[in-house]
Design a binder for this molecule. Structure first.
Ligand SMILES: Nc1ncnc2c1ncn2[C@@H]1O[C@H](COP(=O)(O)OP(=O)(O)OP(=O)(O)O)[C@@H](O)[C@H]1O
Ligand SMILES: [Mg+2]
Length: 469
C-alpha cells in the first residue's frame, strides 16, 4: 500500500452541496473501481458521513480528532456501507484547535499512512485551521460553487495556496446545484456556462461538467427512517447520477495522471529538514568543551554524554559546555548564598534552589562600570524565563577561597578565568549564561527550537548588559 491520494471538498460558502458531493463521490468511486480503497471523513460537526455509512452494530476505534494527533487513518477507519471506509466524526472537533501547531499538522501525521487509494475530506464552510490543514495535504481540491457570490469566496482559497507557496494545480471549481431549466439569451446559454466563464475569466480551472439541482436528490435526506440515501441507489433516474459518475471518473483520471502523491512530497521535505537539523545538531555538539566547566571531569566522550545539570554558553559564543549539577549548586551556595562548608544533597535549600533554577537563566560577568579598574569585580545575575533581570549580586573575585595557610584555588575564579578572561587575566565584556537542562538528555537544549529559544534569550540578556555598561 502507499500513501493515499487526498481529495478535499472545500468552499467557504455554506449549503453548496459539499457534503452531498463528498459522500456520494466516495460511493461512485467504489462503483467505478471496486478494488480501490476509498476512505471518507468530515471535519464538520454534523454526522452525515456516519449516518450514511455506518453499518448497524459496528464499533468505532476512535474519531477524527485522533487524525490531528498523529494517529494514522488506517487505525481509525470503520468499514462502512458500499465498501467505503470512514473515520467517525466528532461533534466538537473545534475544541482541539489549540493542539494544531500549524497548517501542516494533518499532513505530517498522514505521511505515516499506508492507507492507499483515495482519502476524501469534507470540510466546513470556513477557511478555519482544520480546512487549511486539509487543503495543505490535498492532491485535488474540488470547490463547489452555486452562484456568482460563492465564486467571489474562492478568492480566499486561492490566496491561501499563494501564501503557502503551494501550486494552484490541485484546485478545481465545480458548479453545483445548477438549475438546468434556466436558459439565457446570448453567448452564455445557461447558469453553468455563465459560471464557467466567470471562473475562467479569473484564471480558475474547472472540473468538466456540473452537478444539477434535483428535487429527487434533495429528498434523499428527508425520510421517516432518518437516513441519508445515496444517489447511486436511490437517484438513478436523475441527471445527477450521470454527473456524479462523470466526476468520479475525473477524480480517478487525476489520480492516474500523478505518480507521486502530495503526501510523498511532504514526507520527502520533512525528511530533508530532519537530515538538515541532525547535521546542524552534530555541528553544534562538535563545538562543545567535553569537560565540566567547574570541576573538569569529562562529561562528553565517544560513549555519549553523562547526566549534567546545566548548560553554559558565553554571549560571544566562544564557550559552550555542560556543568555537573552538584558543581554548580555548590558554587552558587558557597559564593552567592555565602554558605560555608560542603553543601549536603539533602539540604532543604537545595530543593528550593533546584525548583527556582528551572525558571531561571544565570549569568556571570564583569561587574558593570568596572571596565577601567584593575580590581576584578564580578556580577552574578539571575534572569527570568523571558531573559529579564531579576537580581544581581556584585563581589570581588578572589583567587583563593580559604585562609593563608590552607590555600585552595577558588573554583569560581577558575571558572571565570577559563571562560571570560580575554588576556588570561582581565575580564572582557563576554558573559557566561547558564541554564538548567534535563539531566537525562542534557543536549536537548542544542536541538533546533530549544537552541533557537536559548539563543534569543542570550541575545536579550546581552542587550541588557550593553545598556548597563
Ligand atoms: N444536487 C442537488 N440537488 C438538490 N439539492 C441538493 C443537491 N445537492 C445537495 N442538495 C441539498 O442542498 C442542501 C445542502 O447540501 P450539503 O449539506 O451537501 O451542502 P454543504 O455545502 O455541505 O453545506 P454546509 O456548508 O452547511 O456543510 C442539502 O439539503 C442537500 O440535500
Ligand atoms: Mg456540509
Amino acid at each position: 500500500m502507499s500513501r493515499p491520494y487526498v481529495v478535499v471538498i472545500s468552499s467557504e460558502k455554506g449549503g453548496v452541496g459539499k457534503t452531498t458531493l463528498a459522500t456520494n463521490l466516495a460511493i461512485y468511486l467504489k462503483a467505478v473501481q471496486e478494488d480501490l480503497p476509498v476512505t471518507l471523513c468530515s471535519f464538520d460537526n454534523h454526522f452525515s458521513v456516519d449516518r450514511m455509512f455506518r453499518i448497524r452494530g459496528s464499533r468505532s476505534r476512535g474519531d477524527i480528532r485522533s487524525l490531528f494527533r498523529g494517529v494514522t487513518p488506517e487505525e481509525l477507519v470503520e468499514t462502512g456501507e458500499f465498501g467505503v471506509q470512514f473515520i467517525p466524526s466528532h461533534g466538537e472537533l473545534a475544541l482541539i484547535r489549540d493542539e494544531l501547531t500549524g497548517n501542516d499538522s494533518l499532513a505530517r501525521g498522514l505521511t505515516g499512512s499506508q492507507l492507499g487509494g483515495i482519502l476524501i475530506i469534507d470540510t466546513r464552510p470556513d477557511l478555519d485551521i482544520f480546512t487549511r490543514n486539509a487543503l495543505f495535504a490535498a492532491d485535488r481540491v474540488i470547490v463547489p460553487i452555486k452562484d456568482a457570490p460563492s465564486m467571489e469566496n474562492c478568492k480566499h482559497l486561492y490566496d491561501f495556496f499563494d501564501r503557502q507557496e503551494l501550486s494552484r494545480a490541485p484546485l478545481r471549481i465545480l458548479p453545483c446545484l445548477i438549475d438546468s431549466r434556466i436558459h439565457f439569451d446570448g453567448p452564455f446559454r445557461d447558469p453553468y456556462q455563465l459560471l464557467k466563464a466567470y471562473a475562467i475569466n479569473r484564471g480558475y480551472r474547472c472540473m468538466e461538467g456540473f452537478i444539477a439541482k434535483s428535487p429527487k436528490v434533495e429528498s434523499l435526506n428527508t425520510n421517516p427512517e432518518g437516513k441519508i440515501y445515496p444517489i447511486l441507489t436511490h437517484g438513478r433516474g436523475t441527471e445527477v447520477h450521470l454527473q456524479m459518475s462523470n466526476i468520479a471518473r475525473q477524480v480517478l483520471l487525476g489520480l492516474l495522471a500523478k505518480d507521486r502523491r502530495r503526501l510523498d512530497d511532504i514526507a520527502e521535505a520533512l525528511q530533508e529538514t530532519q537530515i538538515k537539523r541532525a547535521e546542524t545538531f552534530r555541528e553544534r555538539s562538535a563545538t562543545l568543551r567535553p569537560d565540566c566547566l567547574i570541576c573538569g571531569q569529562q562529561l562528553i566522550s565517544d560513549q555519549g554524554i553523562k547526566p549534567a545539570g546545566f548548560y553554559a554558553e558565553s554571549t560571544s559564543g566562544s564557550v559552550r559546555a555542560f556543568i555537573d549539577e552538584s558543581c554548580f549548586n555548590e558554587l552558587v551556595f558557597r559564593n552567592f548564598y555565602s554558605q560555608s562548608g560542603p553543601v549536603r544533597a539533602d539540604d532543604p535549600m537545595i530543593d528550593l534552589f533546584r525548583e527556582s533554577a528551572q525558571h531561571t537563566y544565570f549569568s556571570l560577568r564583569r561587574a558593570p562600570h568596572t571596565k577601567n579598574f584593575y580590581q576584578q569585580q564580578i556580577a552574578f545575575y539571575r534572569f527570568d524565563e523571558e531573559g529579564l533581570e531579576i537580581s544581581r549580586k556584585i563581589f570581588e573575585l578572589k583567587e583563593f577561597d580559604k585562609g593563608l595557610f590552607n590555600r585552595e584555588r577558588s573554583r569560581l575564579y577558575e571558572l571565570v578565568t577559563s571562560t571570560l578572561c580575554t588576556d588570561g587575566q582581565r575580564l572582557g565584556s563576554d558573559a557566561l549564561v547558564i541554564r538548567k537542562v534535563s539531566s537525562d538528555f542534557p543536549d536537548e537544549i542544542l536541538y533546533e527550537e530549544a537552541y533557537r529559544h536559548f539563543n534569543d534569550i542570550i541575545k536579550r540578556i546581552a542587550g541588557q548588559f550593553v545598556e548597563n555598561e
